[in-house]
Design a protein around this ligand. Structure first.
Ligand SMILES: [Zn+2]
Length: 358
């Protein structure tokens, strides 16, 4: 076991000045003998990237050294718990590495044939969905990921991927397997059936309407907006403008009202979590920018930070706060992130499972 360490600082979110110790990978406020002081400042429960993909780049699966680098890019910025929202790689080896972030996986994306990024998903038909949900629920860590909508090239626009009946069956199957279900959704039309069928979370959610937001808030259905991904909508629209002008116009419209859509969900009380959508198009390690983006969309600094720390940890089944006995995953900053979220880009210390890793 590693030597006891000591961190003196304001422990967030409570905001109390404390002497925090780490013994055998756990937080304690009982001073052990011989603890070495490793940092002073503002202390935050380890950050969470609630939507990223370890093991994917823009072309599909990547090898283990590249997977390791993605995990390290997250660790460097203090993202110590990653909700993997679908990966075509087997990343189980990461679980044996105490020096790499904790991963909560959703298995591999489930999509319709030719209705998602090549090499990413199991591409299946609706009658196969329930069986694949069961399979991915067994492979994952309590989540299953559906591609809820994508461009339908015959339609020339975004279109729903799954009929209602298949979704209802899929949700039942997932829940019977103890897994929650989430779905990628950019547009409006896939949302009523996904939410009506009992989904647990929506990724992106740019097509949400007021009534669906109210349903989500009432049912505690979460939203992970992925601000960093939404920033790319103009690129997708631009690339498609010539061949699929309707789709391009639709993506542009969703982009233009993204802030008011996400702000409406937040104000209605939909639980919002911070996810960068790294892996694929975006690089890993952008959680600080994602939090800043959520604040720019209208979340208070406290809620934007909670969305990437204590609230997200609790949602994913870990200790929310740095209470006595909690796993010692924490980040120390030289200034108060609640006063200035920009400090998230430069943590002074990162402690993972009780060890100083930065
Ligand atoms: Zn994603």
């Amino acid at each position: 076991m590693s030597e006891p360490i000591h961190v003196r600082g304001v422990v967030l979110p409570e905001g109390e000045q404390r002497d925090l110790y780490v013994v055998d990978g756990q937080v304690t406020y009982d001073a052990p003998r011989d603890a070495q002081t490793v940092a002073q400042g503002w202390v935050l429960p380890g950050l969470v990237d609630a939507h990223c993909h370890v093991g994917l780049d823009v072309n599909g699966p990547i090898d283990e050294p590249a997977q390791e680098q993605q995990a390290l890019d997250n660790r460097e910025i203090g993202a110590l718990l990653l909700r993997d929202a679908g990966s075509a790689s087997d990343t189980r080896w990461i679980d044996d590495r105490a020096d790499l972030p904790r991963l909560i996986r959703a298995g591999r994306h489930l999509a319709r044939p030719k209705r998602y990024i090549r090499n990413f998903a199991h591409e299946i038909e609706p009658h196969e969905l329930s069986a694949y949900v069961a399979q991915e629920a067994r492979r994952g860590d309590g989540w299953v990921k559906l591609v809820g909508d994508w461009i339908d090239r015959d339609l020339g626009d975004l279109g729903p991927c799954w009929p209602r009946e298949a979704l209802e069956q899929a949700m039942t199957t997932a829940h019977e397997h103890g897994a929650r279900v989430t779905a990628h959704v950019f547009g409006e039309h896939a949302l009523p059936d996904l939410i009506g069928a009992g989904i647990d979370c929506i990724e992106h959610g740019t097509g949400l309407s007021e009534d669906l937001i109210d349903t989500m808030a009432a049912g505690g259905v979460a939203l992970v907006p992925t601000v960093k991904q939404l920033d790319l909508f103009p690129n997708y629209a631009g690339a498609a403008a010539e061949k699929f002008p309707t789709y391009a116009g639709h993506m542009t419209a969703l982009f233009e009202r993204r802030k008011s859509t996400i702000a409406a969900a937040y104000e209605a009380g939909v639980p919002v979590y911070a996810g960068t959508d790294a892996g694929g198009v975006l690089p890993h390690g952008l959680i600080a920018e994602e939090v800043a983006g959520l604040a720019e969309y209208g979340l208070s600094a406290y809620d934007a930070l909670g969305a990437a720390s204590w609230r997200a940890r609790e949602w994913l089944g870990l200790n929310a706060t740095l209470e006595e006995g909690a796993p010692a995953d924490l980040v120390v900053y030289p200034a108060d992130p609640l006063q200035d979220l920009a400090v998230l880009t430069s943590p002074s210390r990162v402690v993972l499972r009780g060890r100083v890793v930065r």
